[in-house]
Design a protein around this ligand. Structure first.
Ligand code: 26Q
Length: 803
């Protein structure tokens, strides 16, 4: 479409008329949203088709990012921005008396992920397309997204997230690309002379139907694909599904996203989900590959499959199955190709989160896959015998104590294993995966996570974006590292004031939202102090809560420091439904909020706001308004973190432990522009090695800690007897697994430093400017270029531009 404002207005009115037979003034926001999104979709479809064709004709390598979670959030604004339409459309709609932001609010978040890992997958989708790289997503089209969180009486309640109920304008169902996935049953190998043929009995056949979503690159004409699979009953099998229960079992396969980001839950259904999207994805890749390429013996030169955490680890065995059973390749040739195709990212060092599956469950879910894994394991042990000590082989082999260790499978079956921040990768090499590092040093590498500046700055923070355009030009919109040009303006009062002004406007906007959602009135003079991430003990929301209780008691007892600054504490966090400790913390935060917010003696000095249902679209409202970013996990536990990057990019100053990517943030901005506190990773490990942390002593010997902890159990904080006691016990009786008491004093001290710093507004604004300037160093466009060069060996196609 020849694109300008007038053309668009006509098109919009016509489309609304075609679709709904309505005038603009009679249409609901929902109708306006669906009209706009249908125009957007029809105008990128040409580029989508062209990109697809080009990749085929070009015949170069393509990669497929396999992830059991994708968390794109809303797509309207990001598609408009990437097509280069955003400002024109905003203007055009204004002429029609329509507010684009209001229409955008209608869209339900696509929340097919829990947190960091799913969000990273979506950032990578956006960056692959924006870098013009041939990379597609492969995952599951869950009927229900991550649960919707409500607070009732301060408790977290989980409601179903029916994101598809009003229709999803961005997806296309591609019936013709369906494949069949086999689950369960029994398998026998029959000797056919030159190969063994697996014969299946009683297997359940599932029809996997792909739904494709376009991933539009930023003003570059590239449109890639995120393919998500739905499960259906194949028509040939209809007769076998006689009861509602049997039919429901198929629906259930893709019904819910597992809301547990902390531990492997052991449910058979989860393993079926993993095999389902892996098998569907690989079958569809191989089918496509065979159409356009000759030799399966070269598949490693043309196809890359990325295993995002261990959830898709069965990819290794599924590709072996297809190459050996269906393509009749020799085991050795097939193995060589498989290792060349696969690469793997690890996202955690926490032992309880490393996936293991009992052999009998894997047998039940897919017996042929178990056989293949057993054969991979047997050959691995055979090959390493004599080269490594027995116990080292036992530690690294895939099957041990009747459990399939998915990380071991992923590392052995791929050519690359990466961590997600420098410290995390070092810990993998030195500790968690040390044996593998000794065996395969060349396979290990670091890829520090990144974020998309388009969503988190251009879309979420137009106020600041305008200031940046004026100060340093618009180049940063293409290349966020250019934000460093801001550094020249460190002493430029005009720019400093404009940055401060943008922040103030964003705070006003958030304050309005907070009042609308919660009824709480907050002052924009206060420091907006933000902690937004999943609720988990290691992330230490408790440390923040203890600090709030300390300040509350100080004020009540008339002990406020002269440079105390008023604060609004803002939380956003979901707890896994079965994670009772995390839910106890939520309840306590809500009760502290009630106590603090309704105390006239406290007034505007402290407010505590726990916003419900933290999600991508809520993050877009909170982050631009933040002054302080809380990144306070116990050192060594947070693999990387990404909210740390989003918040700094928006000018928040970070209060941080030396954990995950916080260390790299510190290295860029310098110690003077970040607030570092707490134990280092080495200090934490020393405690582990010497076993000499005794949290009860901290309670006993520190008056301040005792005063704060007692408030959880002596009725000071009302309505949370049981939860308060649980927290109290975990920190005293059960030795405080995440060293909250050990880091408390250091945390309080750094927060006093925050107050002193905030009292000098100009200095604060200078620090904020430095953080924005280096925020561009964590662009996922750059991260993905490193993946493309070091791991995948893919390069962009030269392309005509759109937009
Ligand atoms: C596993 C088995 C059964 C059910 C659920 C799961 C499961 C689900 C989600 C296990 C783990 C997750 C998610 C992990 C995650 O989000 N990790 C985060 O990844 C980010 C991106 O690399 C990092 O920045 C964070 O530090 C890390 O915590």
């Amino acid at each position: 479409m020849d694109f300008n404002k007038e053309v668009f207005k006509e098109k919009f009115k016509n489309r609304l008329d075609e679709k709904y037979a309505l005038d603009v003034k009679d249409a609901t926001p929902q109708e306006l949203y669906l009209t706009l999104s249908s125009i957007v979709r029809s105008s990128y479809s040409r580029y989508w088709r062209k990109t697809w064709k080009k990749y085929m004709e070009d015949g170069k390598k393509q990669i497929y990012y396999f992830s059991i979670e994708f968390l794109p959030g809303r797509l309207l604004m990001s598609n408009l921005l990437n097509m280069g339409w955003l400002e024109t459309v905003r203007d055009a709609l204004k002429d029609l008396d329509i507010d684009l932001d209001e229409i955008a609010e209608v869209e339900k978040d696509m929340a097919l992920g829990n947190g960091g890992l799913g969000r990273l997958a979506s950032a990578f989708m956006d960056s692959l397309a924006s870098d013009g790289l041939p990379g597609n997503g492969n995952g599951i089209r869950y009927r229900y997204g991550l649960f919707k969180q409500k607070f009732i009486d301060g408790y977290q309640i989980e409601l179903p997230n029916e994101w598809l109920d009003s229709g999803n304008p961005w997806e296309i169902r591609r019936e013709s690309k369906s494949v069949t996935v086999r689950l369960g049953g029994k398998v026998y190998l029959v000797d056919r002379g030159n190969y063994l043929e697996p014969v299946y009995e009683d297997a359940q056949l599932i029809k996997a139907v792909p739904y494709d979503t376009a991933i539009v690159g930023y003003k570059n004409g590239t449109v890639n694909t995120m393919r998500l699979w739905d499960a259906e009953i194949p028509s040939s099998e209809e007769a076998k599904y006689r009861t509602i229960e049997q039919r429901r079992e198929v629906e259930d396969l893709v019904s819910v996203l597992y809301p547990d980001d902390s531990k492997e839950s052991g449910r058979i259904l989860r393993l079926k989900q993993e095999y389902f999207f892996v098998s569907a994805g690989i079958q569809s890749i191989v089918r496509h590959f065979k159409k356009y390429n000759k030799s399966m013996n070269k598949i490693g030169e043309y196809i890359g499959i990325h295993i995002n955490d261990t959830h898709p680890a069965m990819s290794v065995a599924e590709l072996m199955r297809i190459l050996v059973d269906e393509e009749h390749m020799s085991w050795d040739d097939a193995w060589k190709q498989t290792v060349a195709v696969m690469s793997y990212t690890n996202h955690t060092i926490m032992a309880e989160a490393l996936e293991k599956w009992p052999v009998h469950i894997m047998q039940q879910v897919q017996p042929r896959i178990l056989q293949i894994i057993q054969e991979i394991d047997r050959r691995f042990v055979e090959e390493k015998q004599g080269k490594y000590a027995r116990d080292m082989i036992e530690r690294t082999r895939i099957i041990k104590d009747n459990q399939v260790r998915m990380a071991n499978l992923s590392i052995i079956g791929s050519h690359s294993t990466n961590g997600v921040a420098k410290l995390h990768t070092e810990l993998l090499k030195d500790d968690v995966l040390h044996d593998f590092y000794v065996m395969y040093p060349e396979r290990f590498n670091n890829k520090t996570n990144g974020i998309t500046d388009r969503r988190w700055l251009q879309i979420a923070n137009p106020e600041l974006s305008k200031v940046l355009d004026k100060a340093i030009g618009t180049e940063w919109r293409q290349d966020p590292t250019k934000l460093q040009k801001l550094l020249k303006h460190q002493n430029d009062n005009k720019v400093l004031n404009q940055i401060a002004n943008a922040k103030l406007k964003n705070k006003e906007r958030l304050a309005k939202f907070i009042e609308k959602e919660t009824g709480i009135k907050v002052s924009t003079d206060a420091i907006f102090d933000v902690q937004i991430k999943r609720l988990h003990a290691y992330k230490r929301q408790l440390l923040k809560l203890m600090h709030i209780v300390k300040l509350y008691l100080d004020i009540k007892q008339g002990k406020v420091a002269s440079d105390f600054q008023p604060r609004v504490f803002i939380f956003g966090a979901k707890a896994a439904p079965s994670y009772y400790y995390a839910k106890a913390i939520i309840k306590c935060i809500n009760e502290v909020a009630n106590m603090v917010n309704n105390d006239p003696e406290i007034g505007d000095k402290l407010k505590v706001v726990f916003l419900e249902d933290y999600r991508v679209s809520l993050a877009e409202k909170i982050i631009p308004a933040a002054n302080i970013s809380e990144q306070i996990s116990l050192a060594s536990k947070e693999a990387s973190g990404t909210s740390n990057m989003k918040l700094m990019l928006n000018g928040a100053l970070t209060v941080a432990t030396l954990d995950g990517a916080n260390i790299e943030i510190k290295d860029y901005v310098g110690e003077d522009n970040i607030f570092i506190f707490g134990l280092t990773k080495d200090e934490v490990y020393d405690y582990y090695n010497n076993g000499n942390y005794h949290s009860y002593d901290y309670y006993n010997n520190h008056e301040e800690i005792r005063r704060v902890l007692n408030a959880f159990v002596d009725g000071t904080i009302p309505n949370c007897q049981a939860e308060g006691q649980e927290i109290f016990d975990s920190l005293t009786k059960y030795n405080d697994e995440y060293f909250v008491l050990r880091d408390f004093e250091s945390y309080v001290n750094i927060q006093e430093m925050v107050d002193r710093t905030y009292s000098n507004k100009r200095h604060w604004n200078q620090m904020s400017l430095v953080n924005i300037a280096y925020g561009g160093m964590f662009s996922s466009d750059d991260t993905i270029k490193r993946y493309a060069e070091d791991i995948w060996n893919i390069s962009p196609l030269k392309d005509e531009k759109h937009g």
